[in-house]
Design a protein around this ligand. Structure first.
Ligand code: MG
Length: 260
């Protein structure tokens, strides 16, 4: 079921969005060569506790999961791109890091992801991060009343295809509200003018992600971490966006923090 939010409810979602933005900005700044993934999770947990927020991940236990996620952030490194379960790994020079973070504040969820390199970057890693970020901007620009879901999907795919990346449509964007995952699904490729019409009050997590030389994923033995079938690296960019009559509002925007 697709739910629409009133303008007052969208206002009530702002603190969740702002908190997610602040945590990702903080973690990005603190994550360097030598940072352990478990330390990133501990730091995120501390920030959640201090703010009185509620993790969407720690008890998350979908049908495909062997057990609850048990951590508060996804850390996907190099050829891992989605759902990375934090584990005992210390970041090395040139690692490509994707952090995906979702919490509820005052009962409203915000969900956002960012990719970056620690240490000396490879050109091809910076390139795929840039594509994911530009695809997210294109998705947000298409998130306007009068368009349809397919227009967002098509906008994302246009950026990826122009840069030569294949697209996996199994995992993509989704509705966000009281729960982390709601309808509609927003595939990262689709036909313009098709799908659910975008209405004021629709709140979506838009999340382009791509892999360098494949669109196929394999699941790690941990039951969560999704990595490329061929070892090529991936990047992920995500914001929670409210569609309004005045245009899209990026609830998880980090630009006001003056970082990345
Ligand atoms: Mg997310």
């Amino acid at each position: 079921m697709i739910e629409l939010r009133t303008p007052a409810e969208i206002e009530a979602m702002r603190p969740a969005g702002r908190f997610v933005a602040e945590v990702l900005a903080t973690l990005r700044e603190e994550t360097t060569v030598g940072t352990n993934l478990l330390a990133i999770d501990r730091r995120a947990h501390e920030l959640i506790r201090r703010a009185g927020a509620e993790s969407c991940y720690i008890d998350y236990h979908p049908s495909f999961g062997a057990s609850p996620f048990g951590k508060v952030i996804c850390t996907s490194i190099n050829d891992a791109v989605l759902h990375g379960l934090p584990h005992d790994y210390t970041l090395r020079d040139g690692d490509l890091v994707s952090l995906d973070f979702a919490v509820a504040v005052d009962g409203w969820v915000a969900d956002s992801a960012v990719s970056f390199v620690v240490g000396t970057p490879r050109d091809e890693d910076l390139a795929i991060i840039d594509t994911a970020e530009r695809a997210l901007v294109a998705a947000i620009d298409a998130a306007v009343v009068g368009n349809r879901i397919g227009d967002i999907s098509h906008a994302i795919a246009g950026v990826a295809h122009a840069d030569g990346y294949a697209i996996n449509t199994d995992f993509g964007g989704h509705g966000v509200g009281r729960e982390m995952h709601g309808d509609p699904h927003v595939a990262n490729d689709g036909k313009p003018g098709r799908g659910y019409p975008l209405r004021a009050g629709l709140v979506l997590a838009l999340e382009p992600w791509f892999l360098q030389t494949t669109d196929e994923l394999v699941t790690d033995p941990d039951g969560w971490t999704l990595r490329s079938v061929d070892g090529s690296r991936g990047a992920h960019a995500e914001h929670t966006v409210a569609i309004t009559d005045a245009g899209p509002i990026v609830l998880t925007d980090r630009s006001f923090l003056g970082v990345d």
